[in-house]
Design a protein around this ligand. Structure first.
Ligand code: Q0Z
Length: 298
């Protein structure tokens, strides 16, 4: 097995954004390099160990979904073929191959386009407090992880540096991006989700919710960032789905169980993971990749 890649080092290229697990570099005025590292987060912290191949697996999953959705929405991908990367990247192709894409720089909407088909996470919290999620009233008597009558658009505002995104109403989205964009973002989010969740269901996976990020390139709305990965989505195994409580995470359950077992206080520094937890978690990411793409090789 390869070692995990925890940090990228791309010489003089300038880092535009560093997320918990992804790094974005500026290539030129119109192009960015989007890199998925092998870092893994849990309980809002990046852990001391990475998961070998996680970045490659998630990048190949995003590419699968961009292609799956190509007739529904334009996207930001220019190429994921290292042979077509700009020459400045040649010294770093070993680090980058399989885990990175050259993407078109978009004017990003400052709205997280979340869609939920099941009641979980902050949606469940909001529902318990108010009977609604993002101002959308829901039937009474729903339990945690229940399926909703239909998928709902539950946007969130990005909070910089660490903080959780804040659920906002559709009226708030309109105030931020204008009515026409807000309606386009909602329509695209629900249409993409419908296609993807049907595919997931056919493969034995429940897509409980996911988050899309859109931007504008040449006046057109494009799907950007990562798409429908386990990091941006809640996938649950359909087998064993049992509403009335939280569902086990498809990918991170061994990690969470380990962190609970050692009674980590969820304050930095986050612990490293034992080899067995790393290996089992890697196997779950590979299983998700195989189920979704039907391919067994990256
Ligand atoms: C996405 C993010 C990440 C930290 C900027 N095509 C694009 N054009 C312009 N900006 C972005 C994209 Cl994808 C963009 N993010 C979110 C991703 C690390 C933050 F990998 N920030």
């Amino acid at each position: 097995m390869q070692n995990a890649l925890l940090e990228t080092h791309l010489g003089s290229l300038s880092l535009t954004a560093r997320g918990k697990v992804r790094d974005i570099y500026l290539l030129n005025e119109n192009e960015l390099l989007f890199v998925a590292t092998d870092r893994i987060s849990a309980f809002d912290h990046v852990l001391g160990s990475g998961i070998p191949d996680k970045g490659r697996i998630l990048t190949q999953l995003s590419l699968f979904w961009f292609d799956f959705l190509r007739d529904t929405v334009k996207n930001h991908v220019l190429t994921a073929d290292p042979a077509k990367f700009p020459v400045e990247l040649t010294p770093y192709l070993d680090q980058l191959a399989g885990r990175s894409m050259v993407v078109r720089r978009a004017q990003m909407f400052p709205v997280e386009c979340v869609v939920r088909a099941y009641l979980s996470g902050s949606g469940w919290k909001d529902y318990q407090a108010t009977g609604a999620v993002c101002g959308i009233a829901l039937p009474k008597g729903l339990r945690e992880s229940d399926r909703l009558p239909e998928p709902i658009f539950t946007p969130a505002a990005k909070i910089n540096t660490g903080g959780h995104d804040e659920n906002i109403s559709f009226e708030d989205v309109i105030a931020t991006v204008g009515r026409e964009n807000a309606e386009s973002l909602r329509r695209l989010t629900l249409e993409i989700f419908e296609k993807a969740s049907r595919h997931a269901e056919n493969r034995g996976l429940i897509l409980a919710d996911t988050k899309f990020e859109f931007g504008v390139i040449d006046g057109e709305i494009v799907l950007a960032d990562e798409v429908l990965t386990p990091d941006s989505s809640r996938y649950w195994p359909a087998d064993g789905y049992a509403p009335g409580g939280p569902q086990p995470s498809f990918d991170k359950q061994y990690v969470r169980d380990y962190l609970e077992s050692i009674r980590w206080n969820k304050q930095a520094p986050a612990p490293a993971l034992p080899d067995e937890v790393v290996e089992r978690t890697r196997a779950k990411y590979l299983e998700a990749f195989r189920l979704i793409t039907g391919r067994s090789e990256l």
